[in-house]
Design a protein around this ligand. Structure first.
Ligand SMILES: NC(=O)c1ccc[n+]([C@@H]2O[C@H](COP(=O)([O-])OP(=O)(O)OC[C@H]3O[C@@H](n4cnc5c(N)ncnc54)[C@H](O)[C@@H]3O)[C@@H](O)[C@H]2O)c1
Length: 260
């Protein structure tokens, strides 16, 4: 077990990629704090963990509300005595064209997906330093941080690009304290956030993925476990893309109906 007795806080742990990471960490021996928006789903995943013989608590959190961060960390410490790992999975994206974005929509996407992620990481880091232990921060980025990802909003792109650069800057600043900061950046993964129920959308998104399928939430678990583990103590500031090869392809692989 690579995360035996580690305590992990996972924002967005009630659904999609966050749920998969939560269950993956529990399989590796971690105790988990699921922090998400919707209580019913959070309680369901908490129960799944218990059914696996693991330990979990749930906390309703709007990560965009920075005043709630301290309470979350305290809840984790009250339940499990310490914190070791923070997975920043929660994010918010709208579908809107460049000419449609409003300041309110921009602020909401950035507040949840970037500002919330940063300030929760800051709180977490202060507690690790107080505990005098080592810490692991794993940010969930996106290919949207480095390329257009229609039909998602430009504000989400800006947030995800921000996630990659703050991963590096936090990694440098926190290295002295034994805290590593890394990022896992998924490509198109079939989850509630990305219309997993819609076959047409699935087909559209699969074009241009060399692996020939969209990702599954479980595809994101191995790099997250690796970054969280003690073995990864010398790995920091890195982003691993998990996208079935999509970033290596120009315009997909469909045969054109003309000779080049
Ligand atoms: N699904 C994809 O194709 C894809 C691709 C690239 C990156 N990502 C990233 O993966 C992460 C998870 O996405 P997903 O597809 O699993 O989403 P999802 O919709 O399945 O789950 C989102 C989770 O975040 C929580 N959440 C939403 N807003 C929150 C808030 N304000 N405060 C706290 N929790 C909140 C929800 O309760 C839920 O648990 C996100 O960071 C997303 O940007 C997803």
């Amino acid at each position: 077990m690579r995360l035996k007795d580690k305590v992990a806080i996972i924002t967005g742990g009630s659904s999609g990629i966050g749920r998969a990471i939560t269950l993956g960490f529990v399989k590796e021996g971690a105790k988990v704090v699921i922090a998400a928006l919707h209580e019913d789903k959070g309680i369901e995943v908490q129960q799944e963990v218990k059914d696996m013989g693991g330990e979990a608590i749930y906390d309703t959190l709007d990560v965009g509300n920075v005043d709630a961060h301290e309470k979350l960390i305290h809840k984790a410490i009250d339940a499990f005595g310490k914190v070791d790992i923070l997975v920043n999975d929660a994010a918010y994206a709208r579908r809107e064209e460049v000419l449609e974005v409003t300041p309110d929509s921009w602020d909401k996407q950035l507040d949840i997906s970037l500002k919330g992620l940063f300030f929760l990481s800051q709180h977490f880091s202060k507690h690790i330093i107080e505990q005098k232990t080592t810490g692991r921060i794993i940010n969930i980025g996106s290919v949207a941080g480095v390329m257009d990802f229609h039909p998602i909003s430009i504000a989400y792109h800006a947030a995800k690009a921000g996630v990659m650069i703050i991963t590096k800057v936090m990694a440098v600043d926190l290295a002295n304290y034994g805290i590593t900061v890394n990022c896992v950046a998924p490509g198109s993964i079939a989850t509630p956030m990305s219309s997993s129920e819609n076959t047409e959308y699935d087909e559209y998104m699969t074009k241009g993925i060399p692996e020939g399928r969209r990702g599954r939430p479980d595809d994101i678990v191995p790099p997250a476990v690796m970054f969280a583990s003690d073995e990864a103590q010398y790995i920091t500031g890195q982003t691993i893309f998990v996208e079935g090869g999509a970033l290596s392809v120009y315009l997909g692989r469909d045969e054109p109906d003309f000779k080049a």
